[in-house]
Design a protein around this ligand. Sequence first.
Ligand code: UAG
Ligand code: ATP
Length: 486
Amino acid sequence: MQIAREQLSEILGTSIPDSVTAVDAVTHDSRAVRAGGAFVAIPGFTVDGVTFVPQAMANGASLVIAERDVPGAPTAVVPDARVALADLAVEVAGHPSRELTVYGITGTNGKTTTSYVLHAILSAAYGAEHTGLMTTAEIVVGSEREAAVRTTGEAPQVQGNLERMRAAGVTHVVLETSSHGIHLHRVRGTRYAAALFTNLTRDHIDLHGSMEDYYLTKRRLFEWTDGPKLSNADDEYGARLARDVPGTLTFGVVESADYRISDARVEGAGTTFTLRTPEHGDLTLRTPLLGDYNVHNVAGAAAIALETGMDPDTLVRAVAEMAQVPGRFERVPAAVDRGFEVVVDYAHTDVGLELVLQVARDVLAAQDGDGRLICVYGAAGDRDPAKRPLMGAVASRLADVAIVTTDDAYTEDPQAIADEVMAGADAGDTTVVLDRREAIRAALAQARPGDVVVVAGKGHERVQHLPTGDVDFHDATVVTEELARA
Ligand SMILES: CC(=O)N[C@H]1[C@@H](OP(=O)(O)OP(=O)(O)OC[C@H]2O[C@@H](n3ccc(=O)[nH]c3=O)[C@H](O)[C@@H]2O)O[C@H](CO)[C@@H](O)[C@@H]1O[C@H](C)C(=O)N[C@@H](C)C(=O)N[C@H](CCC(=O)O)C(=O)O
Ligand SMILES: Nc1ncnc2c1ncn2[C@@H]1O[C@H](COP(=O)(O)OP(=O)(O)OP(=O)(O)O)[C@@H](O)[C@H]1O
């Protein structure tokens, strides 16, 4: 949408140089500027966006928006460039969220999974072509799916995707909303129809400074939302949120929860539990998802769907029939015919690995047989080397057979990373197979009926970063290919 000079001045609250008549696009990235668009120079964490003004001008920027005057460029000076970026992005996109029902999902863990569950429920109710999803893993517009770059993109991406959805006839959108997204104004100006909080644990303190600030940042989403608000009563901060923001309902196992979870159990190839609801009595929900935490994720998504008017029968059916969540304890269908399970999971820290292997152990325990746990994993390069031996120790403790392989090694030598992992592992049950495909092949070759194979580290990702360059690699696809070859 074209924004004329007077309107620009009003939106940005500042004067606009005489040479500018209108802009029809806005970006914070000089490389993405096109003729007639505005470039917002963000003082970044690493570099000042003003550095890129010459490139933006060379690409045809008609206006520069910055926190100080940039000599030689038509500049609008604003107090906060990120706020200006968001305000202008919303206008350029034509306020798409006003015509959409946007569900915001926030919290430290479980955002992506909860978003997928809710998206499945909304798709069952309103038709897949009328639903949209923006998550860490994917952006889904009706039947089109594409890989995501960020959990919550910068404002032009968020607004651009909402506008794309609106134009494609989407009516209901799930927007995974990170604390970075809120803090850095990436979702500013978005009208949220409903909001859900999963939990809050120590994370991103580098950005927020303290847990208190981290919490208050997440809470802002609830202050913006007029419609239904749901929070996890079993989480300390979730319970506080429900006290702090009037009208917030809760879900959880505690007796006082408005949507109360009980009787959760692993059953067949999934999990079953009872959800006591304020208006529809007790619902029995069966989900193909495994893991205790997924009971909360499904319960939260179900509660917010009911609060926004979902029919309970549609909800129960949608939850039972939903597809796997990409890279979150994702069970590869091709393995089921062989009588064993192969699970792909994004766990890439010792804590994450422990959690996923424990869920796999619970699955084996529920089978009550002599199935073994086989784990393929590795540690990333160029970051956090301290976790490497810890990952080795966790895998040796919980898996019966472990294969150390290459994750995203970036610039580091994969053998050197594997050696550090092996320093914590038990050499008796662990082998090293550096080539990731060969490691998966070796694990599948050993799998017998009743076993669970966990391929950890990369989840939904489709590229492996190696010192020799990036290669296409998607664990679930490679597992499927290797099963077909065997
Ligand atoms: C910590 C953080 O959020 N950083 C974000 C921040 O980076 P920055 O301030 O360092 O940017 P910078 O590199 O200094 O560049 C400054 C400006 O110059 C621009 N630039 C840069 C190069 C160029 O050639 N031309 C140009 O115009 C950049 O677009 C930017 O606007 O602004 C950039 C663009 O505006 C973001 O891409 C970048 O995300 C980085 C890559 C990132 O990794 N963010 C993660 C931590 C993040 O946001 N994660 C959350 C999920 C967290 C979770 O829940 O786990 C998410 O929502 O994805
Ligand atoms: N409700 C939950 N409580 C605690 N841990 C959870 C919960 N849901 C998922 N997890 C754990 O966190 C991991 C990531 O889950 P998910 O991707 O849904 O979370 P997220 O908040 O979206 O994180 P990210 O944005 O990094 O993907 C899961 O593999 C699981 O180990």
